[in-house]
Write a protein that binds this ligand. Structure first.
Ligand code: AMP
Ligand code: GLY
Length: 426
């Protein structure tokens, strides 16, 4: 039995805690800061994740054996470096390796050097340079903030007016601060997207799972981008042949390139891919698991998660992890207005009415005077596994109507056969 701590407070972190809680080993679990869902499986510890010294003090106080980092913020800020300097076990990349997500230009340049398939790009540090690169590229063109922008720093510009408006936001409004004063001006690729997750230890890696994320707010992939309104796993596009190609052309060379620069990568690695004419291209790397992809991916992992992480920390990763031959779907229940402004503190009822086949992961929830209330834009995620995605989604949709939260909304087309079929036909 081990004392394990998960850092973070979203649906991804609830899924991590749930996965660890289901292991035969019977761990003692902690989550910081956690949410109302993690509190049912773990002891929630209140702490500001930006305060690394405070997190380490908790780890010592609670005699934590291993800390697992959920979100990218603490990784980009160097929490792993701090823990390692004090000999505290932690799973995640060090700050220099986390630049794969925290600097899009670092990632692009590393991939270019390693021959990893990606869109053509130009690094730009001024409005004039970005405009010139965009004109040379031709429309449509993609502008991407170099630094972390909470998923909002990407503009796909189809017209001159959209291009100028995006440039205004980067350089005049400075909406992204210094993170947006350097840009990657990119060729706009077209094709279905797929996320692939790996567990990495230096140059060793094993694929943990694949998923399709539903990023747009509304049905039929319309409306603004969100953190993700749902997911299915495995990704319908993920044939064994394509995954072999992803391993050979993407994970292997990126890990080798990082190791070659003296910044070996340890932790989860997320490749956001676009499949163009059957070939994978890297849209982005993230140095963490996806949310809400994790909620659909972890229920399909047959190996105990803590054993996988321990194997990575000991550099003894098996090349292949055991996955269940099933399909999972995840549908997010969001507050009205999300991804724009929304209210919190909304009462949530009906959770006791959910069928046993539903695995419920909390995201933005908390308890106030003993009552469950919302505390974020993405509030809950409902997950089910079945023989195929449509069946898993049908189980979820039967249950969604039983949840009572004023103004809540969800996408009603997650895992529908036509969505998967459309993606496959692309
Ligand atoms: P990112 O935050 O880098 O994942 O980008 C958000 C979304 O923008 C992606 O999921 C893609 O749909 C789109 N996108 C980003 N870069 C490109 C590109 N070079 N070509 C086409 N679409 C892109
Ligand atoms: N669902 C997308 C992400 O986690 O970045």
């Amino acid at each position: 039995m081990a004392r394990l701590l998960v850092l973070g407070s979203g649906g991804r972190e609830h899924a991590l805690v749930w996965s660890l809680a289901g292991e035969a080993a019977g761990h003692l679990l902690f989550c910081a800061p956690g949410n109302a869902g993690t509190a049912e499986l773990a002891a929630n510890l209140a702490v500001d994740l930006q305060d690394h010294e405070a997190v380490m003090a908790l780890v010592r106080e609670q005699r934590i054996d291993l800390t697992i980092v959920g979100p990218e913020g603490p990784l980009a800020a160097g929490i792993v470096d701090r823990f390692q300097a004090e000999n505290l076990p932690i799973f995640g990349p060090r700050r220099d390796a986390a630049r794969l997500e925290s600097s899009k230009l670092f990632a692009r340049e590393l991939m270019a050097g390693a021959g990893i398939p990606q869109p053509a790009y130009v690094a730009c540090h001024s409005r004039a340079a970005a405009r010139e690169a965009a004109r040379a590229q031709g429309l449509p063109v993609v502008l991407k903030a170099d630094g972390l922008a909470a998923g909002k720093g990407v503009f796909v510009c189809a017209t001159e007016a959209e291009l100028e408006a995006a440039l205004d936001r980067f350089f005049i409004g400075q909406d992204f601060g210094p993170a947006g004063l350097a840009l990657s001006v990119e060729e706009c690729l077209v094709g279905p997207e797929m996320s692939v997750f790996a567990v990495c230890a230096g140059e060793q890696f094993a694929i943990l799972g694949t998923a399709q994320d539903y990023k747009r707010a509304f049905e039929g992939d319309r409306g603004p981008n969100t953190g993700g309104m749902g997911s299915i796993a495995p990704a319908p596009l993920a044939t064994p042949e394509l995954l072999q190609q992803v391993s050979r052309q993407i994970f292997k060379p990126v890990l080798a390139a990082l190791a070659g620069r003296g910044v070996p990568y340890s932790g989860f690695l997320y490749a956001g891919l676009m499949i163009v004419d059957g070939a994978p291209y890297v849209i982005e790397f993230n140095v963490r698991l996806g949310d809400p992809e994790t909620q659909a991916v972890l229920p399909l992992l047959a190996d105990p998660l803590s054993a996988v992480i321990t194997a990575a920390l000991e550099q003894k990763l098996p090349p292949v992890l055991a996955l269940k031959p099933a399909a999972a779907a995840c549908v997010v229940l969001a507050a009205e207005g999300y991804p724009g402004p929304y209210t919190t503190g909304l009462p949530i009822g009906g959770l006791d009415q959910l069928d046993e086949e539903i695995t419920l992961f909390h995201a933005g929830t908390t308890r106030r005077d003993g009552r469950l209330v919302s505390s974020g834009g993405r509030v809950l995620s409902l997950v089910a596994t079945a023989d195929d995605h449509a069946e898993a989604a049908a189980i979820i949709y039967r249950n969604m109507a039983r949840i009572d939260m004023p103004g809540s909304r969800f996408r009603s087309d997650i895992g529908r056969p036509q969505v998967a079929a459309a993606a496959e036909a692309n």
